[in-house]
Design a protein. Structure first.
Length: 415
């Protein structure tokens, strides 16, 4: 048997190198060949979208391929060496903001992401056509067109108190689901489901599937009938926070993970002096499973409460407030609907651009994405809608990353 100092492997692994499980086979040995890996050199070609590889020998994890390494690892005869990646296959996801123009046209601003990272911050289209005229309008509207395989269209119109009218229609204008009872707060998760507190009969949280029109009861409760300043807001697939009326019952949080309702305030919202019950509330998510309840108090003022699982607010917990200064930061109208992606709250600013406040840091940061006017015909509400772009759409865009991993392994080969 001869031993040779050798370059065991050298290549650049790209997306096409990996199978649907995110694995790429790089070395196989026959019944008479073995290797001892001594050194590994690694270089990710894209700093923002990394391959995040792990070297596996016979399906055992050996080393994370995040930097150069040295040591000794035996590759016995009849072995298989693979690189396992958490990045491949790449996950393409769009967040589309839409605002209605008069008639059957709407503007859209799309943020394109790959593996959760924004790669194209503005894809603008002013020529989107609706097959029906959605003219419902109120202080705050949630508008989400072309949902699911049947291309249903959602509109939820809300005032500051009793009205939360929800309509799901098909492309001929036929009603699929309509929920118009007063004092029944609703929230759309930005993808598929509308949730609302049903105060008819046995009270509870209902889920409306905007892809099919099916209505499902998630959980019952014995809360009071809906009345002054009901509220519901949430974060997709994690929590719903709500109260049926401001002056009775403790506000509840529903956990999607374990299908439970618990208190997140130790009194009624009124009794605990919860700020601004008649203003729009949103939940943004920070790292470490931390959330902030964001309240748009005025065109130039935002408030927030911090919350983590198990937090119960009391009258001694007050909201933190900060100001928005100038046309680029201020909202066109604090009652308009805002969009949420991760730790960011997006809205239309006074210059009619898409602006944001990012709550990841303890002190919020602010910014603008895009340069196109987002001046809508029915107010300036926006709502994020998650969409998976088609292969042809992806191929027709420029700006997507092409991550790859340069990998070199050296050591001793025995034959």
């Amino acid at each position: 048997m001869a031993d040779t100092l050798a370059e065991i492997y050298r290549n650049t692994l790209t997306s096409s190198s990996f199978d649907s499980n995110g694995e790429a086979t790089i070395v196989t040995t026959n019944s008479s060949t073995s290797h001892v890996i001594k050194n590994i050199q690694v270089s990710d070609t894209d700093a923002n979208t990394k391959v995040n590889g792990t070297l596996k020998v016979n399906d055992f994890d050996v080393v994370a391929l995040t930097g150069n390494s040295s040591g000794s690892e035996i590759i016995a005869p009849s072995s298989t060496v693979k690189v396992k990646s958490s990045a491949f296959p790449l996950t393409y996801l769009d967040y589309e903001f839409s605002t209605r123009n008069p008639g059957t046209n709407y503007l859209s601003h799309t943020i394109a992401t790959v593996n959760g990272t924004t790669v194209i911050s503005e894809i603008y289209d002013a020529t989107n056509a609706l097959p029906i005229n959605i003219t419902n309008n109120n202080d705050r509207d949630i508008f989400a067109p072309f949902l699911g395989p049947s291309n249903y269209h959602l509109i939820i119109s809300m005032d500051t108190n009793s009205v939360t009218n929800m309509y799901l229609s098909d492309s001929s204008g036929n009603s699929i689901v309509s929920k118009t009872a007063s004092y029944e707060p609703k929230w759309f998760d930005g993808k598929q489901y509308v949730y609302h507190h049903n105060g008819s009969g046995t009270h509870g949280i209902d889920r409306i599937d905007c892809y099919t029109g099916n209505v499902t009861r998630l959980i019952n409760n014995s809360m009071s009938n809906g009345s002054t300043y009901p509220k519901m807001f949430g974060y997709k697939d994690e929590y719903l926070w709500f109260w049926a009326r401001w002056d009775a019952d403790h506000p509840k949080v529903y956990s999607f993970a374990d299908n439970t309702l618990t208190d997140w305030v130790n009194n009624s919202a009124q009794g605990a002096s919860i700020d601004q019950p008649d203003r729009p509330w949103y939940a943004v998510k920070r790292s470490g499973d931390r959330f902030r309840f964001v309240i748009t108090k005025a065109d130039n003022e935002i408030m927030f409460y911090d919350w983590t699982k198990g937090t119960v607010l009391t009258s001694s917990d007050s909201a933190t407030s900060f100001t928005l200064s100038g046309t680029n930061e201020e909202m066109t109208d604090f009652q308009i609907n805002c969009a949420v992606i991760g730790s960011r709250l997006y809205y239309v600013n006074g210059a009619y651009n898409i602006a944001f406040v990012d709550f990841e840091a303890d002190t919020p940061t602010k910014g603008i994405i895009g340069t196109n006017s987002f001046y809508g015909g029915y107010g300036h509400d926006i709502q994020q809608v998650e969409r998976t772009p088609s292969t042809s759409t992806i191929n027709g865009r420029s700006g997507y990353p092409t991550p790859s991993l340069k990998l070199r392994m050296t050591g001793v080969t025995s034959t």
